[in-house]
Ligand binder design. Structure first.
Ligand code: SAM
Length: 225
């Protein structure tokens, strides 16, 4: 659970360098994670996809490439982040808070959220809003970082996350404090079975976890009954 004012300010400060910094910190792997996510979405054959916390629009653009006939709408409460989406020629955007979506009940086939839920002020309230706007039988797809469960990977990864990542990102963006927050938030965010439990508590069914890159990220899906 995060402070919305702080999060908005943090993303406004890093927006111009956000995409580059992602690619450097993940050595390009973030592109592959979004491709995997977009493939999963395409397999669901949606007509209307809402990409929440769309930010720079990277996932929305990847989905558009794989679902050319679907309507893809990006939403985010950070206008500076969405300007980066426009720079990538993704224009189907609305500025809105994920905790109060300006959409009718049960109108969306698939909601995607990449690296976004973690930054929201209340995970249960955000998930309740997603549940409200998804149609029965619709799907929620979440991509985010997680912490590898294997002890041999866990310690070095946590060191990279806490000590190395914020310093590199600070050099690239001049905003080390924003990345201290972002990297710190990963450890507190539920992953694996804890995420599946949260989804079930929020009325989603059939949660599935797909670990990515030895568990440093995970792709979750769940169904709205
Ligand atoms: C790490 S970025 C993710 C951007 C993009 N989805 C990606 O794959 O890179 C997180 C985004 O979540 C947005 N965000 C956080 N809380 C939000 C909220 N309550 N409503 C809408 N957007 C929110 C931020 O503005 C930011 O653009």
């Amino acid at each position: 659970m995060q402070d919305a004012g702080f999060v908005k300010e943090a993303f406004a400060g890093i927006a111009r360098r956000y995409v580059l910094t992602n690619h450097v910190l993940s050595l390009g792997t973030d592109v592959l994670w979004r491709i995997r996510t977009a493939r999963l979405v395409a397999s669901l054959k949606p007509r209307f996809v809402l990409d929440l916390a769309t930010g720079s629009g990277d996932l929305a653009a990847a989905i558009r490439r794989r679902c050319p006939d679907a309507e893809i709408l990006g939403m985010d409460f950070s206008v500076p982040m969405m300007r980066e989406a426009q720079r990538q020629n993704f224009e189907s955007l609305i500025a809105a808070d994920a905790l109060a979506l300006p959409l009718a009940d049960q109108c969306v086939d698939v909601i995607t959220v990449a690296f976004g839920l973690r930054n929201m002020a209340s995970w249960p309230r955000a998930l309740a809003e997603m549940h409200r706007v998804l149609r029965p039988g619709g799907h929620l797809v979440i991509l985010d970082f997680s912490i590898p469960s294997t002890p041999i990977l866990r310690a070095p990864y946590l060191f990279y996350l806490k000590q190395v990542m914020p310093r590199i990102a600070g050099l690239l963006t001049g905003k080390k404090d924003a990345y201290d927050y972002l990297c710190g938030s990963i450890e507190k965010f539920p992953s694996g079975t804890k995420m599946e439990s949260l989804l079930q508590e929020c009325q989603f069914r059939k949660p599935v976890t797909r670990p990515l890159s030895l568990g440093i990220a995970a792709l979750y899906s769940a169904t709205r009954v």
